[in-house]
Design a protein around this ligand. Sequence first.
Ligand SMILES: [Zn+2]
Length: 329
Amino acid sequence: MDAQDTTEPLPPWLQAPWQVLVQRGRAGCLPTGLLVHGAAGVGKTLLARSLVQTLLCRQAAGTAAPCGVCNACRAFLGGVHPEVMTLEPEDAGKEILIAAAREAIEFLGLSGSGELRCVLIQPADALNTNAANALLKTLEEPPPGAVLILVADQPARLPATIRSRCEMVEIPTPDPDAAGAWLRGFATDSEAADEAYAAGLGRPLLAREILVDPERMKQWQTDREALTTLLRAPGVTAMASAMQRSLPESLIPRLQALLLAAQRLLVSEQVDAFGRQFPPDLLEAFARRQGPRRLAELSSQARVWQRQASRQLNPQLRLEDIALSILVR
Ligand SMILES: [Zn+2]
């Protein structure tokens, strides 16, 4: 996580839940287990980190934002605050194992300042069963000042025993207008903001990263090129080589969005925000050629492809396979 993330103002849709939690924290009324959930890319981690930083900040009072410069803020932003531990998978997409959970439990049990001792678990749905079970006792009989903040896109994937011991806080997805207005603050023009919002599949934080990070923007442009080639339905070899430059974890969700845009076009005659990133005649010809039944089949197939995306041994071959299965019936 970028160290600057929590010193800038929070997006407007995070303000209200943040204020409620900060006030509770100041009153010493945070639950031991706080499960922050909501759609991917909506700002859950940002909210959780800002909450912790605010409560630790030596300058901020009430619901003022953390100062960003006191010793506590600097230690937090540098990832070395003695009262904070982050529990996350060793590699993205992997599980959080019991050894890591035990370290977190030990950390919470060490006597600290006695005020707040926090473990941030992100994403909490990466906890494997043993790791989750190990945390149960701490959630039931917490050491003084211990707070576990669990961040999850899919809280249903957590064991019910964990969920029932946490207080759930849902972060709502902002409507496109609110997200768009916020994004335009980072963009050179509104078209760029719209493009990033589409490329980020309606996830505002991801869209912002695409806007400000040239690497992510390049990845989006590569994916768009691959998908445009797919719409053109060239020969098998041309299709395979177009897919070669993309990565499954970024391309497959966008392929899914493209299939959905084609379905919507057939049903409502309208092009959605994602579909507008492609030449209209190509999208329409693709939608009519595939037809509604086939598009529905491919959409549900794409969900399977996505689940498999992170465990591909040969991602390029996999993408070639997927492209073929769309082109060749
Ligand atoms: Zn501070």
